[in-house]
Structure formats: C-alpha cells, structure tokens
Design a protein. Structure first.
Length: 269
C-alpha cells in the first residue's frame, strides 16, 4: 500500500500538534510538510522538536507553496481554510477541513470548490460525536414533537465561536428529523420574562470555562421523564484520530464534498 503524504496546516497549534502525533504512530501515512502562519515564533525549527516528538528533520514552514502532498489536514481559521482549499484545488491534493465558525457564504464557497476536489469538511472529526449525530436523529423521530429539545455545549475559555459547530449541527439534525427549520426555531439562551416555552423551539445553551475540551448534550424532555444523549471529549486526540482517519479515506474517493458520516459509513440509504 502506498504511504500517504500529509501536509498539516496549523501544525504548531493545539490540534495540529496532536494530529502530527497521531500521524507519527499511524502506519501508511507520514508527515510530508508542516505549515504555520508566517509570524509564528517557531518557523524554521524542526517540527518534531516543536511538538515534542524529537528531531524529524522537517522544518516548520510559514507558507503553503510548491507541491501539496497527497492530502492537506487543516484546522485553522475560516479565511485560511478557504485559501488552503484553493491551494488543494491547484495542486490536486485532497483536503480535510476541521475548522469551525465559517459563515454561510464561506460554507457555500467550500461546496462550490469541492465539485473539483476531494474534500472532507466536518464541524467535528470525533468518531463518537458522529455516531451521536446519527443517534439523535433517530431518537427525535421516535419521540416526535411532543418532547422538548434542549442542547447544551461546553468548551474551554479560548474558543472563539459560539455556539460550537457541533452544537449547531446537532440542532439542525434534530430539527430536520421532526420537520422543523432550526434557523427559525433555535433559541440561543434565555433571559427575563420570556413567557412559557413554545412547543417548536429548540434551546441552545453555551458554557465557556477553563480547559474543557468539549461536551455536548441533547436533552429530550417529556412529561414525567427525560432522555439525555451526552458526548464528552477527554482530550483533543479523538478529533486528531478522526482527522487522520478522514485523510486516509478521502485520498481514494472521487471529487466531491464529504463529511465524517461518509468516512464512517453512517449515512442512511
């Protein structure tokens, strides 16, 4: 089997570092290039020493240029993610994007570019979370509109977007499963004399504190009982492992836009 050459963008960040560790211990994939923003203080240093793996004889670069390798793994910001997608299109590389906080216009841009590129784009690369995506739809359909739905998410104090892309995806999925439009029924926090809860609304509550890696709960509240589906991330390694799994999968796919449900074979029908 051919060894896959991976380019990690955002390589010295928290996620990039963990992705490099997972690549280092995974057969059939190797780190080909490591990229960071041009003003990063570690530019030019050996990436293995930067992320704590020892010397790898591979410098941390400040620019994505030249050849792109077989697959780019990108956990950066929305603007940089789109630039990297353009680069992948030019070089013929596949790409995995785990960035959150993209605007609707940026998501549409990803959809358009993915017509001529192999791209996995997912708000959460965790295998467990993607199983959760599947389960909450089925639970919502079984319980039906008589149960109130609330979503809780908690992340570390440094997270910039709110709610998380994962929480937003959960809201969209459960709403669709019971015939609602989340953009119309989503309620983000509550304060003051708001009156009784409406039957249609789906609540979204957000916590930002300390070093919480990521927690998501979907609560289905009925009369006399409630059902909660919870996912807790213990470390960033579950996201990194999912991203590497996606990279190994997408290089063998035809052009198109995929998500982790595709990677894991969880799509219905």
């Amino acid at each position: 089997m051919k060894e896959i050459k991976a380019v990690v963008v955002g390589a010295a960040g928290k996620m990039g570092s963990r992705i490099i560790h997972v690549i280092h211990e995974t057969p059939s994939i190797s780190l080909y290039r490591a990229i960071e923003r041009p003003d990063h203080p570690s530019i030019g240093k050996d990436i293995g020493e930067v992320v704590g793996l020892g010397r790898m004889n591979l410098p941390l670069e400040g620019e994505l240029k030249q050849t792109g390798g077989d697959v780019l793994i990108n956990f950066t910001n929305p603007k940089t993610s789109l630039e990297n997608l353009e680069f992948a299109k030019e070089t013929g590389s596949a790409i995995v994007i785990g960035t959150t906080g993209l605007s609707p216009e940026q998501v549409e841009k990803i959809k358009d570019l993915s017509k001529s590129i192999r791209c996995v784009f997912s708000p959460n690369m965790s295998v467990g979370v993607n199983v959760m995506f599947r389960i909450v739809q089925e639970v919502a359909q079984v319980l039906g509109p008589e149960y109130d739905i609330e979503i809780f998410e908690a992340h570390h104090r440094l997270k910039k977007d709110s709610p998380s892309g994962t929480a937003a995806k959960l809201g969209e999925l459960v709403a669709k499963a019971i015939g609602r439009d989340f953009s119309q029924v989503g309620i983000y926090g509550r304060k003051g004399m708001i009156g009784e809860r409406t039957r249609e609304e789906i609540g979204m509550q957000v916590i930002r504190a300390g070093d919480i890696v990521g927690e998501h709960t979907v609560l289905f509240g009925g009369i006399g009982e409630r059902l909660e589906i919870i996912h807790r991330a213990h470390s960033r390694d579950n996201f990194a492992r999912g991203a590497v799994r996606a990279a190994l999968w997408v290089v063998n796919q035809p052009n198109g836009l995929y998500d982790m449900q595709d990677v894991l074979g969880l799509k219905k029908g």
